[in-house]
Design a protein around this ligand. Structure first.
Ligand code: SAH
Ligand code: DHB
Ligand code: MG
Length: 222
């Protein structure tokens, strides 16, 4: 199996099941023009997030790592008109691009992009009593993933779903002797989740337009 096969299959699935509409295409274009890195989820992954949030009946979603708001739009579209999505982004330039993209998608009434280091924003959200959130998408700096999962449990409720992106690290996640900080933090996160009395979880490897990677999914228990 080659990357070109993975791309062809992703293109086929995406064409028939999860094509970018005008707002999503505009978000991709505006993000590229603004010089944002090409690291948003693929269209079929965005649709997966959308379906998971919809299946969850989510009314409140928390995303950590906005970039240009591409995944944000897929997730925001799973919410009812009185739903709420808060997306946390460190880089103010990225947040500006995202806000414009989200507004073009007609989601500015229900989506709020907050700038700052996510750990600070999470503490502030707790102080505001902003939770409980029904769905979490964790996709920011990988070294903080153990902290982000702990926060998700704190800001969630029994039944909340937590999705963590990019957990495979090119396969290095299986290497206990890796000195890569993102790998080490991913392993700490996986092991923390596995031992957590309030989480039931799995992780799945993926291939496609975004290469070889994977998601971790965890459900918050009573
Ligand atoms: N979820 C997006 C991609 C996010 S890329 C999508 O799929 O469309 C990761 C983002 O996390 C980047 O925009 C980066 O600026 C942001 N980020 C990195 N460290 C962060 C931190 N400490 N707090 C909040 N955001 C952070
Ligand atoms: C990177 C970050 C992501 O969230 C992603 O999906 C792919 C790559 C990165 O920082 O390189
Ligand atoms: Mg990611």
């Amino acid at each position: 199996m080659t990357d070109s096969q993975w791309n062809a299959v992703d293109a086929y699935f995406t064409e028939h099941l999860s094509p970018n509409d005008e707002a999503l295409s505009a978000a991709v274009d505006a993000s590229r023009v603004a010089g944002l890195p090409d690291i948003a989820v693929a269209a079929n992954q965005g649709k997966l997030l959308h379906l998971l949030a919809a299946a969850q009946g989510a009314r409140k979603i928390l995303e950590i790592g906005t970039l240009g708001g591409y995944s944000t739009i897929w997730l925001g579209r799973a919410l009812p008109a009185d739903g709420r999505l808060v997306s946390l982004e460190y880089n103010p330039g990225n947040a500006d691009v995202a806000r414009a993209n989200i507004s073009r998608a007609g989601l500015d009434k229900i989506v709020e992009v907050r700038t700052g280091a996510a750990l600070d924003s999470l503490a502030r959200l707790e102080g505001e009593g902003a939770g409980p959130f029904d769905f979490f998408f964790i996709d920011a700096d990988k070294v903080n993933n153990p902290n982000y999962v702990e926060w998700a449990v704190k800001l969630g409720r029994p039944g909340s779903l937590i999705v963590v992106d990019n957990v495979v690290r090119g396969g290095e996640v299986a290497d206990g002797s890796s000195e890569d900080e993102a790998v080490r933090a991913t392993r700490r996160m996986v092991e923390l989740v596995g031992e957590h009395p309030r989480l039931s979880a799995t992780a799945v490897q993926t291939v496609g337009a975004r290469g070889y990677d994977g998601f971790l999914l965890a459900r918050v228990l009573d």
